[in-house]
Every structure is written in C-alpha cells, then in structure tokens.
Design a protein around this ligand. Structure first.
Ligand code: COA
Length: 644
C-alpha cells in the first residue's frame, strides 16, 4: 500500500529543511513516546535503529527486480545507468555516505521522511488515495435501537483498549519471534491530520497530560457532537449512559446539517485553504479543535441499504462503499470527518466498519484495536457496566460559521466525492474453498502463496508481469514503518508462464511454484530486516535533494518510473475477526488488493478505477480465485516437500 507516495515523491523537488531540525519538529509534533517501563514498552529499548543497506546490494537487487518487468533493451540501458551510479567514488557512494550520516544521528532515518513524503506532502484527497476502509462482519440488529446499542458497546470496547494503551499494559507484538515497536499504538487515538495549504500536519494529544481529551466525536445526520466518554475522574462512562447520550444526539438532529464535513474529502490544497480561512473565526476554530482533540469518531450512518430493492449479495459491496468513502454525497460521505485517524462506522442495518487515516500507523495496530473492541462489544451486555454515581455531561453540538464561498466549495466537494465514488470498482469477496490451512499443510508460507496467486491472476489477464508492491513491516526497528516486497520476481515470472503452459506437467509447475515461493520468502525476510530496496533508493534520492545537487540519472531513468508504477498494490492485513480491508489503486491503471487470510477462507478487497479501460476488479477477483484453485490442484498432484 502507499506506493502512490513514491510516485508523488519523484515529482517533488522542493528543498527540505535540515535533517535534525525536521526530525525534532516531527518528534515534538507527534509527542513521540519515550520508552517507559511497563509491559507495552518492555522491549522498546532493545529494538535496533533502522539500518542502511549496503549500496551494492541494493543496486544488485534493483536490477533483479527490474528483470521480470522490463524489455531486454530497456533492461540493458538501465544496467549501464545503475553501474555508473554505483561505481567506486561515484555519485551513489556520496549519497550513501549522506544517508549513513543521517542514520547515525537518528533512531530511524526513514520514519519522519516517510510521514512527510508519503502522507503530509501528498496532495490528493485522502479518501480512496490514502485511507483504507475496513468492513466488519454484519451485526444482527436492524434499525436505530440496535444501532445505538451496538455503537455504545463498540465505543466502550475502544475505550477499554485505550485503557490498555494508557496504562502501558498492552502485550508487546511479535513477528517471527522478534519484538515489534509499539509506538504506533500510541498514535492511533486522540490524533488527527490537519490540512495545510501546501503540506498537512498531524496532531496528537497524549493521554499522560493533565488536559488529555475525554471526548469522542459522534456524527449523525452530518451533525458533529462532542461526547465525553470519561467522567471528570477519568473513569469510563457506563454503557447505559453512553447509550442514552447517543439517543439524545439522534433525537436532537432530525434534519441533516449543512454537509461541511465533506470538505475533508477534498484535494488537500483546496481543503487546506478553506480550513485556514475558516479558522479565523473563533467558533470554527473551537469546533476544529474539538475534532482534532477527540479520541476517535463514531459515524452513526443513515440507512441506505434496502433488503427489498438490493439483492442480498450486494450487502458486502454496500458495506465496502460505506467504509471506503461513505457511499457518496446522498449516502453517508457527508457523515464523516476524513481527517480523523479513526472513524468507526455504525450503520442502521448491522453494517459496521472503520475508515482510518493512514499517516500515524499501518494496518496491524488498527486490526488489533478492532479485534479487541469487537470482542468487547460482543461480550458486554448493555447493562453490564453500571456505576453508582453517574456524572452527566450532555453531548455538545459543534457549530460552524460558513460564508457563501465555502458553501459553494461544499457543493463542488459533493460532486467530487460522487465522481470518485463512481470511478471506483470494488470487489470484496471471501474465497471459501480453503484458507491459510492449505499452504500451511504443504509447508508453504500462506502469504507467499497468495502473492503468487495474485501474480498468476494478473498474468492470466495481461500476459506479462508487472511492478508489484507488498507492504512489509519495519516495526522490528524503533519507530518502524514499511518497505516494499517486490512480488514480481524472475522466479514468479517463470512460474506464471509455466502455469499457463498446457504442455507442462503438474510436477514441473509445483517445482517452479516452490522456487517462486522461496524467492518471495527471501524477499520478505530481507524487507522486514531492513534490507529491501525501495526505501533505500528513496533515501538516496532525498539525500541528493537535501544536498541541493542534481537528482541522479538512476531516478530519471524511465525504467525507474516503470519500476514504481505499481499496477499491483497489495497488502496482507490479518485480523482475528472476519474483517476485510480495502484501499484504492495507487496508479490509474492499477489494482488495490488487500487480504485477510483466515484458517479456512481468505477475505479479499480488490479495487480498480472505471476510468482505466484495461482494469476490472470483478474480473481480477475471478481470476484470483481461479488462480488459487489452479495452485491447489497443482499441489494436490505432488507430495508435500520441505518447509519454505
Ligand atoms: N509452513 C507452514 N506454516 C507456515 C510457513 C511454512 N513454510 N510459513 C509461514 N507459516 C505460517 C506462520 O507460522 C503463520 O502462522 P499463524 O497463522 O499461526 O500465525 C502463518 O503461516 C502466516 O505466515 P505467512 O503467510 O508466511 O505471513 P507472515 O505472517 O510471515 O507475514 C508479511 C508476512 C509480509 C505480511 C509480514 O511480514 C508483514 O510485514 N506484515 C505487516 C504488513 C503491513 O504492515 N501491512 C499493512 C500496511 S497498511
């Protein structure tokens, strides 16, 4: 996910403020957590700083990654450029030295850059281009009573998770036996993206401050309410109290408000300018402040799904639209504040989900919070958490002063979200024949197996391999963030070709499958150990820009553009609950593919754009399911082999 950022980054050439100054600013802005004793940060001090990979290793791997996606002619031309860049005493070594210097001064040479380049300087709307949506399993209730009942329990569940974060008692996450950086948990609540005219910022209100926020924002009928979820002694409000406050919000908002909220779905420069202008007004400023400071947001959506008129199978599609962009201006897009890090969506028909703004965290901490909150909501009856003295604090409606010009932009923003919504093709499905149990039983990594199926699906449609991005977590290092597993490899390219060759025997196909899986696994291990190529190349380029020197030819080369034109932007985001995450493609002619492998099935969210004639998410979904079955068939014809 987020390879769009690399594309964006390649275009920008502005000077960047000196390294340490910028880093300190970001750390202060994010209230960066110093490791505290306690369960959650118990391993934090033992985490290593993010390393800088050796230059020659990256250049060698870069060429390997180009092979399956370039013509021989282009490849040879690029080989010469790469060799010039990497020659002893050449430009590459100079930039590498600059990057090493940065890494010696900072715990994580990437994370602050990534925050700026990948998110805050990215100017397209966060909707579809940045923020993923998550579809939760359907709840049993129908109607507003059940909606408010469930919303209260969900709110209490999130607050319960927050208690674990605030008390440092969340258990440390591990990956392949290694402890992971827990810093992102600290940033997903009480944080918000703030629009800027040229660059956004992000604010965080830490829980350990005396004036730490006690409220959430509830959206209903486009109205925004501030609702306390703690009393003045910082005790979570009882569920029954939350429930009656939500009822009050609904009763007080029978008619829709002017949909100012939709401005948060706009191009960032447009929204940044309006935000700046609106902030001159005291009332607006106070309301913005209340939103930014809120712990999270709950969107009580109006019903837009009808069992009578819509075929039941469309329910997943309906939920995906609500989670990804709110379904459009006449559905629930105006009942959102897309800058808010976490927006829980609670519909009137058991349709539940989440939309999250990406700049503070990757998917895994978010799904941990979802798992906890859903578990809590399902296991806590409404009247189970009573206290003797109930402190009542009425929900407070946020007020805004809008001038005529802003009202006009609101109309534009409604049209724009509808265009964006009409442009996206969503295919959310659960692949039922098997889950990660099948590859595991064959001693194969499920993730590598699914990635290979994605390669095969693409090849079935287009007849060639393409630049592919899979997110790999760098949370093994302090302040983590991600790198790219390039899933299109020389081995995967041979595999998809052999799979399509009717003359090849299953044993030959299985043999090549195992080779491709091994290559993928090696790339995965390299990526999570800080040895991938993409962030390193990005770092070298940023050093060149910081030093005010010419951007080296290696980045101006068309092969580099091809290599970061990720037609396949993919990510595994596992969760214990049966949720499906989805996000938009990062290039106009690409696909966004997210999957949550369960033991006996796999949830997929596939997106594409209608404006690209060559893409079709439904077709891709079908080919993906077909590819998984083809691979199962091949494996069924050969005995299991050594573990990969
Ligand atoms: N034989 C049998 N079982 C195997 C196996 C093998 N050869 N290889 C792996 N498995 C098992 C694992 O033990 C694990 O078991 P579990 O289900 O009990 O947990 C399971 O299969 C999953 O392993 P695998 O499919 O290989 O994936 P992974 O957990 O190693 O994850 C990445 C790979 C790349 C997804 C992960 O390293 C990562 O970086 N995740 C974060 C990505 C991210 O941040 N995404 C969000 C971006 S917003």
């Amino acid at each position: 996910m987020l390879s769009v950022v690399t594309r964006h980054f390649m275009r920008q050439s502005a000077n960047i403020s000196p390294i340490m100054k910028a880093a300190e600013k970001t750390a202060a802005m994010l209230g960066r957590r110093q490791a505290q004793p306690g369960r959650m940060f118990a391993q934090q001090n033992s985490l290593a700083n993010l390393p800088v990979p050796p230059l020659q290793q990256t250049l060698y791997k870069y060429l390997l990654a180009l092979k399956p996606i370039l013509s021989t002619e282009d490849y040879e031309a690029t080989q010469a450029i790469v060799s010039e860049f990497g020659k002893p005493g050449g430009y590459g070594e100079k930039l590498q030295m600059g990057l090493i210097l940065r890494s010696q001064k900072m715990e994580n040479w990437l994370s602050d850059w990534w925050l700026d380049k990948a998110y805050l300087e990215f100017r397209s709307p966060v909707v579809m281009h940045v923020s993923p949506g998550v579809v939760f399993p359907r709840e049993n209730y129908r109607g507003v009573e059940g909606q408010l009942d469930f919303a209260s329990r969900l709110i209490a569940g999130v607050v319960d998770f927050k208690q674990l974060i605030d008390s440092n008692s969340l258990p440390v996450d591990y990956m392949s036996g290694q402890p992971l950086c827990m810093d992102q948990y600290y940033k997903i609540l009480s944080s918000c993206r703030v629009p800027g005219v040229k660059k956004d910022s992000v604010v965080l209100y830490p829980p350990n401050k005396p004036d730490a926020p006690r409220h959430i924002i509830v959206a209903y009928n486009n109205h925004l309410f501030s609702l306390d979820v703690y009393d003045s002694n910082r005790k979570p409000l009882p569920l029954t109290e939350l429930h009656s406050q939500l009822k009050r919000i609904v009763a007080e908002s029978p008619f829709p408000a002017i949909p100012l909220n939709i401005l948060t779905s706009e191009h960032r420069n447009v929204w940044g300018k309006i935000y700046k202008k609106m902030s001159k007004d005291k009332i607006n400023r106070a309301s913005f402040e209340e939103i930014k400071r809120s712990i999270f947001m709950v969107c009580l959506d109006k019903p837009v799904y009808s069992e009578e008129t819509d075929h039941i199978e469309n329910f997943a599609h309906h939920c995906a639209k609500q989670a990804l962009y709110g379904g459009g201006s006449t559905a629930n897009s105006c009942n959102r504040w897309f800058d808010k890090t976490l927006q829980f969506i609670v519909g009137a028909d058991g349709d539940i989900g989440l939309q999250y703004e990406h700049c503070t965290a990757e998917g895994p901490p978010i799904t941990a919070l979802i798992d906890h909150s859903l578990h809590y909501a399902h296991n806590t009856p409404l009247d189970s958490r009573q206290t003797l003295s109930i402190e009542r604090s009425a929900p407070k409606r946020l007020e805004f002063n809008l001038d005529r010009a802003t009202l006009e932009v609101i109309d534009d923003a409604k049209c724009n979200i509808d265009s964006l919504g009409n442009d996206v093709q969503i295919c959310c499905f659960s692949f039922e024949p098997f889950g990660k149990d099948l590859p595991k039983s064959q001693r194969i990594s499920p993730d590598a197996f699914i990635q290979l199926a994605i390669q095969l699906a693409f090849f079935k449609i287009y007849g060639h391999s393409t630049a592919t991005y899979e997110s790999a977590s760098l949370r093994k290092y302090k302040f983590g963030r991600t790198d790219t597993i390039r899933s299109a490899t020389i081995e995967s390219d041979s595999f998809v070709r052999i799979m399509m060759d009717q003359t090849k025997k299953p044993s030959e196909k299985a043999h090549q499958m195992r080779k491709a899986i091994q290559a993928h696994r090696e790339n995965t291990n390299a990526a999570i150990n800080g040895d991938a190529i993409d962030r390193h190349l990005l770092g070298l380029k940023l050093v060149a820009i910081e030093q005010g020197t010419n951007v080296p030819d290696i980045f101006m080369d068309t092969s580099y553009q091809t290599s970061v034109h990720f037609r396949l932007s993919t990510s595994q985001v596992p969760a214990k609950h049966d949720v499906t995450m989805l996000f938009g493609p990062v290039v106009p002619d690409g696909y966004g593919i997210c999957y949550n492998p369960q033991e006996d099935h796999i949830n997929f969210g596939v997106t594409a754009f209608n404006t690209a004639r060559e893409t079709d998410s439904q077709k891709f979904g079908q080919k993906l399911a077909e590819s998984l079955l083809d691979m199962q068939y091949v494996l069924s014809k050969v005995p299991p082999q050594a573990k990969l």
